[in-house]
Design a protein. Structure first.
Length: 399
């Protein structure tokens, strides 16, 4: 146990003291802080109302139409603002109103100006039709009270199934963010394992260590050291994001739209669990691959197969967001290479069954043990003797 603790301490210190670790941590903190600071400005850009102006003759009709539009748009809480005549050049939409002496109600025309959209024009068309209908009812002799009762919009509640994957868009966005987080961090730190193994092989350090330390202890210390360093880096980024959101009060309402305050400690613990399981699965694979290459520069070609496997899991996770009940998603979620992403998604959407969760977890733990043993064989056989990558189980005499 003491050699393992010494190797674990060495790998953690090597990880957190490296220039690459420090640089990526600083850059990640700066990027996350910059994105949070930019959220209020992006929110204002995305919520900018459509401006409109009313033109025509006579001026009394233009003023009355502007007041009526302002009242209707305000009551219906539509994202429009009616500008004054002095700011006509700033309008996105122009409403032209005309009424001849023999007409009982005016005619309207809409022109899309700079920055206007056809969607906004269609919404405004519906408002003007409502305004025309009210004018006709007023001409028919209805009192303002009755007209107000007729014009009052009905309250129509909308309910969605509790198991609908699209009933809560902020929750879906949070699942996307967690899925991308798992995918990127698992692959990033697994590749760090590969680079560490290949570097020790190139420098002949592992040959010395294997004379005093069992292969499984050396490999486990490498995985645990890099994994703990990765968790430390992730926690540093999360803490910095929390500090920025606490310092700037404008960020908090925007972040609350994603129900961050509703994330429970159990959800965070599950996210860490899926990260650890995914890192151990792919870390063992990358460690075995790293032991077969002669130089760290050859790592790019060696990671093709595990990278493709991870990409398949990511693609299935994207499909599972929209269709979590597909049979292929249910089956793939219990397979160890796809378990971290797909099971995290199934649990977050509330569609994971007990047997699916238990079976997938048992298979993942069993595969981690098997992969560690397999990686130890590959590790021991290839650190000293350079040979092409193989399963390591075909010739037992070489173990």
């Amino acid at each position: 146990m003491k050699p393992f603790a010494i190797l674990l301490r060495r790998d953690i210190l090597e990880g957190i003291r490296s220039r690459a670790f420090i640089a990526t941590t600083v850059v990640a903190i700066i990027l996350v802080a910059a994105m949070l600071v930019a959220l209020p400005f992006l929110g204002r850009i995305g919520q900018a109302p459509t401006s409109l102006v009313v033109t025509g003759q006579p001026n009394s009709l233009v003023s009355q139409t502007s007041r009526d539009l302002t009242s209707i748009l305000s009551n219906q809480k539509l994202p429009f603002v009616v500008l004054t005549q002095g700011r006509r050049e700033d309008a996105n939409l122009v409403v032209m109103v005309h009424q001849s002496p023999h007409q009982s109600v005016p005619d309207y025309r809409i022109r899309v100006a700079n920055g206007g959209t056809e969607t906004a024009a269609s919404i405004l068309e519906g408002v003007l039709q409502s305004l025309t209908r009210n004018d006709r009812l007023r001409q028919a002799g209805l009192s303002p009270t009755v007209l107000a009762q007729i014009s009052e919009p009905a309250v129509i509640p909308i309910t969605t199934p509790s198991n609908s994957t699209h009933s809560n868009l902020p929750a879906i966005s949070a699942i996307y963010a967690a899925m991308i987080f798992l995918f990127m961090t698992i692959l990033m730190y697994s590749q760090m394992v590969l680079m560490g193994v290949s570097s020790e092989k190139a420098s002949r350090v592992s040959e010395v260590l294997l004379t005093r330390v069992p292969t499984t202890s050396l490999l486990a210390a490498k995985l645990a050291g890099i994994g703990l360093a990765g968790l430390l880096q992730v926690m540093a980024v999360l803490v910095s994001a929390l500090l920025v959101s606490l310092i700037d009060p404008r960020i908090r309402p925007l972040v609350e739209r994603f129900h961050v305050e509703g994330i429970s400690p159990e959800s965070l613990a599950l996210l860490v669990l899926f990260f650890v399981l995914g890192f151990l699965i792919y870390g063992a694979i990358f460690a075995a691959v790293g032991a077969t290459i002669a130089r760290p520069e050859d790592a790019r070609n060696a990671v093709t197969l595990p990278m493709m496997m991870a990409m398949v899991g990511y693609g299935l996770a994207l499909v599972g967001i929209a269709s979590p009940h597909l049979l292929i998603i249910k089956i793939a979620s219990i397979l160890p290479p796809f378990f971290p992403l797909l099971m995290m998604e199934q649990v977050s959407l509330g569609v994971a069954t007990v047997w699916q969760w238990v079976l997938g977890l048992c298979l993942a733990l069993g595969s981690i043990w098997g992969l560690m043993q397999w990686a130890a064989i590959i590790y021991r056989k290839n650190l000293i003797v350079e040979q092409p990558f193989h399963l390591g189980l075909l010739n037992p005499r070489q173990r």
